[in-house]
Design a protein around this ligand. Structure first.
Ligand SMILES: [Mg+2]
Length: 349
């Protein structure tokens, strides 16, 4: 983290077209569907009869990220990863992204290069082509917009609205780690502001920091589900917290849901940091967000196939709409999953 940069090239030395060329001339196209990439007025995507999934995200400095503790390379990686996660959450295969960056004159060519390095790293890792974008000036701060395109064969994509009554609710990996990483970074920033000679104390917290600064889209799970012949009935990625996402699935599917607190996977590192902050881990898990895990439902008959996958936990089931969306606590108390209901559970700490 916090690496030093030596060379400082003014953006004006390259000019816009020079900068675009400098940033993109080493991009190698890996997908056949990327017919025309950077260099013309539009990219041309040959979808060959497949369904095209399109998603976009805009990241604004001091709203979505804080450069005082976010390395630029990580920021670039994350900007791509969160868009690929949205494609993954539809069971799609991402193949192209376009990238737009607006920055003030305080940013050097080397700084933008760092962002691009992170973007290329994520694209290479997941076999995605950067096929276009824009770079422009901003009067204040840095803005990054990424649009991702992904594909699904015919009707292979999965919506939020397809859950059925009795379907099992599944969650990949673990949740709450990213939020605890964020709280740690914010705490160390405040300590540093109070005493600038102090070094940030981030030792031994690599896992939660990485979960926040460099999340991974769960495209491995998409592949795994396909390999095992499991087609989720509904799916969403965890960007705003499990509470918010399960409410989306339940509302869009016209159902209720029962989740079990004891089944929600939380990493030990997350639990330790929660204790540090005097927080209930379930609060971080349910309301933290930015985990980019996949929350999905499956038919009960697929349970044996899911049970065999160690990356996936079954955390509840869909109920009739009238029952509402609830979480059953360790001591068997049913609490509605909603802003107030959740505060109520928090007060029990
Ligand atoms: Mg999403």
């Amino acid at each position: 983290m916090f690496e030093k940069r030596v060379t400082k090239t003014n953006l004006s030395e390259l000019g816009e077209f020079g900068l675009i060329d400098h940033l993109t001339n080493d991009i190698k196209i890996v997908n056949e569907s990327s017919e025309i990439a950077v260099g013309d007025d539009c990219a041309v995507i040959d979808s060959k009869g497949r369904k095209v999934l399109v998603t976009t995200d805009l990241l604004i400095e001091n709203v979505h990220f804080d450069l005082s503790y976010t390395p630029l390379k990580h920021l670039g990686y994350k900007a791509i990863a969160i868009n690929l996660s949205d494609v993954a959450s539809m069971m799609g295969k991402p193949e192209q992204v376009t990238v737009s960056i607006a920055m003030s004159s305080k940013f050097t060519v080397e700084a933008i290069e760092e962002i691009y390095k992170g973007m290329k790293l994520c694209c290479n890792r997941y076999g995605v082509d950067i096929v276009g974008g824009d770079t422009t000036t901003s009067t204040s701060g840095l803005m990054i917009s990424v649009t991702a395109m992904g594909y699904a064969e015919n009707n292979d994509y999965v919506l939020r609205s397809g859950a059925g009554r009795g379907d099992l609710v599944c969650l990949t990996g673990n949740v709450g780690a990213s939020y605890m990483g964020l709280l740690l970074l914010q705490r160390e920033k405040e300590a540093w502001k109070a005493n600038p000679n102090m070094q940030p104390d981030l030792e031994g917290n690599d896992y939660i920091l990485e979960r926040h600064l460099k999340p991974e889209p769960r495209l491995d799970i998409v592949a795994l589900l396909k390999e095992n012949g499991i087609k989720p009935t509904s799916m969403i990625d965890v960007s705003d917290g499990v509470a918010s996402e399960i409410l989306h699935i339940a509302t869009r599917s016209g159902l209720g849901c029962a989740l079990y607190e004891e089944k929600i996977p939380v990493d030990p590192a997350t639990a330790i940091m929660c204790e540090n902050f005097g927080m209930n881990p379930i609060t971080a898990a349910m309301n933290g967000g930015e985990d980019y895990e996949l929350l999905f439902t499956i038919k009960q008959e697929d349970y044996p196939k899911i049970e065999a996958l160690k990356q996936v936990a079954v955390i509840g089931h869909m109920t009739e709409k009238e029952a509402g969306v609830n979480i059953i606590s360790h001591d068997n108390i049913s609490v509605p999953v909603e802003a107030q209901g959740w505060d109520h559970l928090k007060k029990k700490d």
